[in-house]
Design a binder for this molecule. Structure first.
Ligand SMILES: Nc1ncnc2c1ncn2[C@@H]1O[C@H](COP(=O)(O)OP(=O)(O)O)[C@@H](O)[C@H]1O
Ligand SMILES: [Mg+2]
Length: 352
């Protein structure tokens, strides 16, 4: 049997601390969510609404690093249950036999090594929140048990007979492939519907170009507050941030900024090379990192027209910054100007 350490490291329990800590968490519940895109603002609106419905199960869907746990905590700490425990467990990180007793608990003697009774997290979350992270990895054998617990609002510990009432709210998180896992039968459809009472989709960072700037500046300010040296991004750094695909989403962005702050120690300007993402961008294939695509109709298209579209798309990427766009296209700025579409819309959030 794996050590209990492995189990505990996957379970973050007992946020319940001092009243002061609780008050702070509550006040900041959704203030930690940075971003101006309509998709992230809509997600916060939905989360705020559902936070008020104390028992409603929530399903958070998004790629890794899109803020699922941040939202789960936001919902908990802005709800009436804020003073009750927030308990998180990662369904992918714990072996099946341990996961079962973590969730449902066990009686003494339920299995070899069960030398004491143990309460499950569904019980321990009390009137608070149980966050089931990576719920799509919940082993098939445990899925009907969780469904039963959600429907009857009762659990029986392993090896026990007593029905124990559960009062917590369940917030589940899954990757965008969840529906596919349901379609293949690996995840029970009935449990999926039971969890999917109120779902909130957190879009990938690459689809929220305006958030990339805002979040990057936020993290940069955080980094430099500690080091007492204000820093800014150069236009080519902003362009590089916008063109990157961000498979690790906001978590990856945070790490990139932290590293860039260190690498740019001697200068107040973070340039593209400090981000160390340029190389990966260059190597990526077509369609991987893009703000749009150029289509050639069956009747063909004039090269000049294709160039104009390419310039317009690149300018979109650089937020209207012509110097950065010229650099990305490998041409001079005057050449770029000549190839610019008659009236290129200019974003209002970035000026060169
Ligand atoms: N919109 C956002 N604003 C600020 N920080 C964010 C945002 N989304 C995610 N983060 C941060 O990114 C990291 C990963 O978020 P997390 O909630 O753990 O993602 P997930 O659970 O989806 O993998 C955390 O440090 C989190 O605080
Ligand atoms: Mg997570």
């Amino acid at each position: 049997m794996p050590s209990t350490f492995a189990t505990r490291s996957a379970v973050t329990n007992a946020d319940g601390g001092s009243a002061a800590r609780f008050a702070t968490e509550r006040a900041f519940a959704f203030r930690n969510v940075i971003g101006t895109s309509s998709s992230i603002r809509d997600a916060v609106k939905l989360a705020t609404r559902v936070a008020a419905a104390r028992r409603t199960t929530v399903l958070l869907i998004g790629e890794t690093g899109t803020g699922k746990e941040l939202f789960a905590r936001g919902i908990h700490y802005s709800s009436e249950a804020a003073a009750d425990p927030f308990v998180a467990i990662n369904c992918a990180a714990i072996p099946e036999n341990l996961l079962e007793s973590e969730l449902f608990g066990h009686e003494r003697g339920a299995f070899t090594g069960a030398d004491a009774r143990k309460q499950g997290l569904l019980e321990l979350a009390a009137a608070g929140t149980l966050f089931l992270d990576e719920v799509h990895h919940l082993p098939p054998a445990l899925q009907p048990k969780l469904l039963r617990a959600l429907e009857s609002r009762q659990v029986r510990r392993l090896g026990g007979f007593e029905e124990i009432a559960i009062n917590c709210r369940i917030i589940a998180a899954a990757g965008p492939l969840l529906e596919q896992v349901v379609a293949t039968g690996e995840f029970r459809e009935d449990l999926y519907y039971r969890l999917n009472v109120f779902s909130i989709v957190l879009p990938p960072l690459r689809d929220r170009l305006e958030d990339i700037d805002v979040i990057a500046r936020h993290f940069l300010a955080q980094e430099t507050r500690e080091h007492q040296q204000p820093k800014a991004f150069s236009p080519d750094a902003i362009a590089a941030l916008r063109v990157h695909r961000w498979p690790g989403n906001v978590r990856e962005l945070k790490n990139v900024i932290e590293r860039a702050a260190i690498l740019s120690a001697e200068t107040p300007v973070i340039r593209a090379e400090h981000l160390m993402i340029q190389r990966r961008v260059m190597r990526s294939g077509p369609n991987e990192e893009s703000v749009g695509e150029i289509r050639i109709p069956p009747g063909g298209k004039l090269l000049a027209e294709i160039e104009r579209e390419a310039v317009a798309l690149t300018l979109k990427l650089t937020n209207g910054n012509q110097a950065a766009a010229a650099r990305l296209l490998g041409i001079s700025r005057p050449t770029l100007a000549k190839k610019m579409p008659p009236r290129t819309p200019r974003s209002d959030s970035e000026h060169s």
